[in-house]
Design a protein around this ligand. Sequence first.
Ligand SMILES: NC(=O)c1ccc[n+]([C@@H]2O[C@H](COP(=O)([O-])OP(=O)(O)OC[C@H]3O[C@@H](n4cnc5c(N)ncnc54)[C@H](OP(=O)(O)O)[C@@H]3O)[C@@H](O)[C@H]2O)c1
Length: 243
Amino acid sequence: MTALAAKRRRILLTGGTSGIGLELARRWADRHDIVITGRSLSGDLAALMRNRPGVTHVVADQAKPEKAAAQIMAALAGRGWESLDHAVLNAATGYAADPASEETARLLETLDTNLTATMLFAHHLFPLLEAGRGSLTLIGSTAHRGAPAFASYAATKAGINGFARSLREEWRGRIIVQVLHPGPTRTTMHKKAGLDTGRAGAFFTPPAAMAAMIDHAIARRVGGRKLSFLRYWSGESLLARGL
Ligand SMILES: NC(=O)c1ccc[n+]([C@@H]2O[C@H](COP(=O)([O-])OP(=O)(O)OC[C@H]3O[C@@H](n4cnc5c(N)ncnc54)[C@H](OP(=O)(O)O)[C@@H]3O)[C@@H](O)[C@H]2O)c1
């Protein structure tokens, strides 16, 4: 283990109750202190938190971005954290829909959860990240280039990509900003979105492997990266060293 890997970090992870976020939490729970957000505490996360006082969960519904930001900042202050080593803004939602007839409520929920909340959190977290000389990781998607049936979701991910690239310039020398774009990953996100992936789902990257690639990209401080099935099969998730 390197000296870098040995350091105990303070990490904020949004959307750590399931899927890729939960796998990131599993990777870090024994070595780092983590504040994890989601709308409710899942059984899987509760099991992970058992006997790990360094891992805590905060209820924060990003569909109400200002309230969620206040809840998260209060939780960090409650732990006495005045600095952060890493913020990983991973929580997101999406619904399969015809953009010509998508329900307004779902459109707004997707925009607020994925984009508005992410931008607002970055704003609030700036002083803590600067104090910790930390890194901000935004989880995008390969869908940022456009995705049939997921126009609103794709738009939020394109927004995240542009936001991260702007912040990287604005905060250069003070905070590392990275945007990582996972490809299709075998989580329950598609089912929740109302999409049947059919046989193709069997070829999606396992969430633990995606988390390994994200962890590696954070540790390596890469600015932007597509995290694809090909990268997975190249062995990166197996060989990767993380935080
Ligand atoms: N799966 C894929 O194929 C894929 C591909 C590209 C990118 N991604 C990205 O990877 C990230 C993780 O996705 P995943 O596949 O792991 O999905 P997931 O299993 O559905 O997890 C989503 C996480 O986001 C949280 N979340 C959803 N809505 C929320 C809200 N309104 N407020 C607060 N938290 C909320 C969920 O927590 P609660 O339910 O407890 O609120 C959950 O922890 C997302 O940014 C997604 O866009 C996924």
